[in-house]
Design a protein around this ligand. Sequence first.
Ligand code: CTP
Ligand code: MG
Length: 379
Amino acid sequence: MARSAGIIAAAGSGERLGASLPKALVQIAGISLIERAFASLSKVVDEIIITAPAGYEDQFRVIFGESAKIVTGGATRSKSVHLALEAISPDVNFILVHDAARAFASSELAEQVLAHLRAGEVAVIPGIEITDTIKSINVDNYVTITPDRKFLRAVQTPQGFTRALLIRAHGAQEEATDDAALVEVLGEKVKIIAGEQSAFKITTKDDLLTAYHLVYGNKTKEFKTGVGVDLHAFSSDPSRPLYLAGLKWDGEVGVDGHSDGDVAAHAICDALFGAAQLGDLGSNFGVSDPRYAGASGAILLGETLKKVNEAGFIISNVSVQIVGNRPKIGARRKEAIEALSDALGGASVSVTATTTDGLGFTGEGKGIFAIARALIYKI
Ligand code: CTP
Ligand code: MG
């Protein structure tokens, strides 16, 4: 039987979503969008090429191992697909191009697209009927025409093509918002088949909420909140590195303590465990458990997120305040927020800091203290 390949475009930054990590790595219930898109498509095609954002290739390789080829994406979606095309095995006949952002498109939809290719179509794309009336406008915002809604479709991915046609289309024109548009320019027939609501594209925060509803059902939100604190004394060993808020602080003396001593990360873990009523850092990871002896704050946050998600909760936001004379947080606040948010699957994180006017152990420069609050919810 003819061989098929899937390209998953996942190299976008997700600007409109506004998360601190690329959109494809944003998690819903502990599973990233790219993993979800891969899970559906890999059931249908023989090989998969994923375009990763520059700098994230290794992270993608860790997720997928041998099961997908990872290539660095380009500056636009079309360029990313173009680059992925070059990595497809020579014996592949049919190619399905998919968006990581359409993480909930079903395997059945991909199967339908492929079936139409096998039946002789050269380009097959899913589309859904439009319920709104669509207007075409000019640059001055005046309506030019109102196309008949009956003949309009909102199109989705995966879009399927014969290999030769897709390569020819990408060779003839560089840019379009989908691959079918490149094929249309060549005058080739593009067949629309019935799309599905769940193949919607996750673009904004509202779309993410729609995705949560898909996973968890549309129930009333049940909010829970928790607090966590952690403190450690500065080490008497001046060569001990300092880890705080998911970052390594060069030139600063570290703290004594279990694992890497990241008080901000540990306070957040306890706040999350507290909110989800899942015990605390000690009861989950065990001070005596050798697996966590050198664990980084990021790893503990990731494990905590997994447990909180498994209990059916989603993080609304996490706020942590670091109390101490040093290090100075302000200059690296953005980096700290990003590191903590990445470790928590893209959750909303804020980091504040204060000194204590020379009072107490933090004021005397003896150690660092952190207090965190987490808000989580079930939907
Ligand atoms: N994409 C890509 N390479 C790019 C741009 C986008 O592979 N240079 C991918 C995205 O990762 C996404 C799909 O194309 O899965 C559809 O793009 P879109 O939803 O616009 O995602 P982003 O470009 O990441 O989002 P935004 O436009 O809001 O930045
Ligand atoms: Mg985009």
